[in-house]
Write a protein that binds this ligand. Structure first.
Ligand code: C5P
Length: 218
């Protein structure tokens, strides 16, 4: 059996940073499932497909060649790592992510990341739908204000101007959409460890997840 660590949580909670560091320390593969929904949104926009056209989105996904290599994301051999990170793409991603056919189209792709020696997967439904057999499930969150501040710092460090109140509003809106949709909503599972990183450093969060992982394989 391949060990899977599922880390779910709301947007900008820091789960990507924590999941990547945990994967690195354990020598595991890493799946950024949010990137797949962002790619769907980005490619749909490029092709003039709206978030209401479920079957066109599904057909589009069947034809895309998505690759993650050397910490970069490629679609049909084009580098899209930066382009899919915009706030606009995140908002559109959360709209296409509510569609059943889109989620189904991405399911086998996500499961394909599960290879020995193990996988750390981050998203919204890693523990509930994609890898329900995960050996460790974590629900990682932080207060909306801290998440907005972290996103603000990230953007400013990249030289992108940002407004913290707009970021906070976007985060609250995306949380609501992700938590209230019918298809695979973001929920805190009964068998998931709860990790509130509001007052924790990245190192403290990483070491807590590693501690739970070592406990779970004893
Ligand atoms: O994690 P990230 O913010 O990059 O994800 C973008 C959007 O993709 C989320 O707001 C969410 O709606 C959607 N998503 C999802 N299920 C996942 C990962 C992301 O619905 N497993």
């Amino acid at each position: 059996m391949i060990a899977v660590i599922a880390i779910d949580g709301p947007s900008a909670s820091g789960k990507g940073t924590v999941a990547k560091a945990v994967a690195e320390q354990l020598g595991f593969y890493y799946l950024d499932s949010g990137a797949l929904y962002r790619i769907t949104a980005y490619c749909a926009k490029q092709r003039g497909i709206s978030e209401l056209e479920e079957s066109r989105l599904n057909a589009m996904l069947q034809s895309l060649f998505i690759e993650f290599k050397h910490h970069e994301v490629y679609v049909d051999n084009h580098l899209v790592s930066e382009a899919i990170r915009s706030e606009e793409c995140g908002q559109l991603a959360s709209k296409v992510a509510s569609l059943k056919l889109v989620r189904e189209a991405l399911l086998s792709l996500q499961r394909g990341f599960c290879r020995p020696p193990g996988l750390v997967a981050d998203g919204r439904d890693m523990g509930s739908v994609v890898f329900p057999e995960a050996i460790l499930k974590v629900y990682l969150t932080a207060s909306p204000e801290v998440r907005a501040q972290r996103r603000y710092n990230q953007l400013i460090n990249k030289g992108i101007s940002a407004n913290i109140m707009n970021l906070l509003q976007d985060i609250i809106e995306r949380d609501r959409r992700d938590q209230t949709r019918t298809e695979s909503p973001l929920i805190q599972l009964a068998d998931a460890h709860y990790l509130d990183t509001t007052a924790l450093s990245i190192e403290e969060s990483v070491s807590q997840v590693l501690h739970w992982f070592h406990d779970s394989i004893q």
